[in-house]
Structures are given as structure tokens and as C-alpha cells.
Design a protein around this ligand. Sequence first.
Ligand code: MG
Length: 282
Amino acid sequence: MQKWPVGVFASIDAGLGVKLEVAHELGIKTVQLHTPAKASRTKENAEAFSAKLNEYGIKVTCVFLGFEGETYETIARTAETVGFVPKATRAARLAEAFEIADFAKLLGVDAIGSHIGFVPHDRASEDYREMVETIRTLCGHLKANGQRLHLETGQEQAENLLAFLKDVGTDNIFINFDPANLILYGMGDPIGSLKKVGAYVRSVHCKDGVATTGVPGVDWGREVPFGQGEVNAELFLATLKEIGFDGPLTIEREIPEEPARQKAEISQALDLILSIEDKLFA
Ligand code: MG
């Protein structure tokens, strides 16, 4: 029996996800979408894309923010460039996030995902206060659109993430839980973290990884196909059942430079998820 809709992270023209055609060929019915490039975010494109989604019977469950200048090449560069942390681009990115949310609304999508960046840990600091204010402003725009914000996990430990959610304090801020990121960034045990933040989890990435053999938090771990790393796929899904999760499971495998392998590994992940669901909900 299938409990959760299974999906895949997809891209139209920007980001590292699979093409929509690949999702269709694999029989997948939900996708999270990396935000299309700025020039593509028009009303006409939204209509054309919606028509294609209808033809394939695919629903977009979340649109993920992405910005020019972000890089994940090292953990340090991630901290410097990603999301709303860099001050030089914060106002422009916030304005662009509003535009992306409005485009998502044209597609009928009610969740916006975001790597907001590394949240400062000192809750008394000016930097922290500014991040809280920025995300509160973003949530205000989303609220007016009837949308939620799903924060991607990985860059904070569960306790820090919970404190941040409470400090933002709007009723439309939730979590997109990515178990692999906690391993890749050296931010703790994914299963224990999932139990701590469970009440806020509205979407998840089925992604896997192995921890660095270098310095955790400084050196990257390595992403591997779902089910082949340190996440423990079976326990991850069992824990989602335990916390009462009822959103979509979205497979994330970011190797667009190897499309054939990407498709094969997503197909394997799909089979694995369905077989675990069969056991969990037998
Ligand atoms: Mg992710």
C-alpha cells in the first residue's frame, strides 16, 4: 500500500534536478521544482508549463528558491553565498523571492522551499535579528499568496532550527527535512533530528550521504544514492510514519552531468521507497 506520494526534484532550466520528461517516464506524479531562470518566470511560461504538467498528470508540490551567485563548492563557500545570509544581496534576493513566489502561485503551488543559508547561532546578535526579520518579511508575502515556507534542513542543528522557527513566529513556516544534509554538513544524526523537529516537517528529501573522513562541519561528506549511505532509509521512513508525516517524499539526486545514471538511481530509489512503504503499511 502506498501512503505517501513519491516525487522527484526537477528543473526546467536551472538547478540540478531531472527534466520533467524523466519524471514522466518514471511514472512519478509529484515534483518539487527548482525555480526557473528569471527570464522564464512569465505568465505565458507558467501557462505552458501548467499545460505540460496536466498532460503528464504531475503536481508541483513545492518551488525551491535559488539565486545567482550561490555555490555549494565547499561548506565555507556555502555559508558565504547561499540564501539570505550575504548582506550585499539580501534585499535583492528578498525581492526576487517575492517574484518567485508569485510565479509559483501562477502554477497553483502553495509551498516555497528555501536553503535560507547558515543562520547565525547567537540569538542575541544583530545578524541573527536581521535574519529573523528577513524571513518574517518573506513569510508575510507568502501568507498573502496563501503559501507556506519550507526551510531546508542541514545547515543547522535541530535545536537551532527550532529556536529560529519560534523566533520568526509566523504560522506558515515549516521544514523540508533533508536527512542527507545533516550528514553532509556534519550537523548530527538525521533520525534523532527528525524526531525533534517532526511537528514542523511538511516535506522531505529522500537523499543519502556518507560523512566526511575529514573535519565534520568543514569538509563535505559525499552524496550517494538513496539507501546506500548513512541515513538508514528504512528507519527514516519508519520515523516519518511515527511522527505522522503525510506529505510527499521527494527523491533528490543531484548529478545532472550524468543523466542516464541519475535516472537509473532515481528509479532504484523509487523501488526502494515503494518496497519500504509496503512493509510499513502492510
Ligand atoms: Mg535537499
